[in-house]
Design a protein around this ligand. Structure first.
Ligand code: NAP
Length: 271
């Protein structure tokens, strides 16, 4: 880490439709194994390579990420991509988060190996790689020859890619959606709070097209989806762990995610 960086934060980017224990274990193992100070989960509001109708409402995915990470004071969730219209390009997210966290924080993107292998199709991927190390999480034993090849093709920038095998990535979001659709249990694949949320809002059920496909990027759509409002439990970057230390934040006291509190986040506000 350069001398100017006093904190290293993992940016866990993904669609998280829904977030599951595979993601959580990956974040935890990467954080501890790579000496990251904390991990901020960034649900992709509109994944650039997926038709909008193919992913669930960004608000639902964001709230499930909050529910899943409550209890780990080194995990946060950012709505940074929910405030931007159009496709959620990672370069914009890293730019925005870098500006918000400031120069003393080094950001490292953490994402799935399969997603990373497509990085040459991402917007401004060279600038992204030049400024941000990327950690590709994958199952132990998976064939990673494609990553080796990609690293070589990227030349100097290839050094910015790092493979990190983690336990538990056999769980997949698509399998969870399929199970719900077919009426099978997803207990122990997702945290109980996420399971309860999925059931409450009828997500992924074959008969609930509205909740699953509203694809609304604006804050407040949860009201339409189920009458529930949820706020991000983390304050602005300035007030968070990154500058004040863990003991001073609400999450350090194990604050539960409120289910009936007003929306305090403004669209577009960076966390
Ligand atoms: P995806 O195609 O839905 O995911 C590919 C595979 O990687 C899936 O098996 C997925 O597992 C897994 N995965 C995704 N994120 C993960 C994570 N953080 N930890 C562990 N496994 C993960 O990919 P995606 O979620 O849409 O995109 C991944 C990231 O790449 C996002 O941050 C996205 O914004 C970024 N991206 C950027 C661009 C761009 O800037 N142009 C283009 C594409 C992707 P599950 O299905 O179980 O989640």
């Amino acid at each position: 880490m350069p001398a100017s960086h006093s904190l290293t934060i993992g940016v866990m980017g993904g669609t998280f439709d829904p977030i599951h224990y595979g993601h959580l274990v990956a974040a935890e193992e990467a954080m501890t194994g790579l000496g990251l100070d904390e991990v901020v989960f960034v649900p992709s509001a509109q994944p650039p390579h997926k038709p909008p109708g193919d992913v669930s409402c960004a608000q639902h995915r964001y709230v499930m990420a909050i529910l899943a990470t409550t209890g780990n004071r080194r995990f946060t969730v950012s709505p940074v991509e929910l405030g931007r219209p159009g496709p959620s390009y990672t370069i914009d997210t890293i730019d925005e988060l870098s500006g918000a966290y400031g120069p003393h924080v080094e950001l490292r993107l953490i994402t799935g190996l399969d997603a990373l292998l497509e990085i040459r199709t991402w917007r401004e991927y060279r600038r992204l790689l030049a400024g941000c190390r990327i950690i590709a999480v994958t199952r132990p034993g998976k064939d990673v020859s494609a990553l080796t090849e990609l690293t070589l093709q990227l030349g100097d920038l290839g050094g910015q890619l790092e493979l990190f095998p983690v336990t538990a990535l056999a769980i997949s979001a698509s399998d969870i959606r399929r199970r719900v659709r077919q009426g099978q249990s997803i207990r122990y694949l997702v945290p109980d709070a996420v399971l309860a949320y999925i059931e409450k809002h009828g997500l992924y059920r074959a008969d609930n097209a509205v909740a699953s496909l509203c694809a609304c990027p604006q804050l407040g759509c949860l009201e339409a989806a189920g009458g529930e409002k949820v706020i991000c439990r983390y304050g602005p970057v300035k007030e968070s762990l990154h500058q004040q230390g863990p003991a001073t934040t609400a999450r350090a006291e194990g604050e539960a995610v409120p289910s009936k509190r007003p929306v305090e986040d403004e669209p577009g506000r960076t966390r």
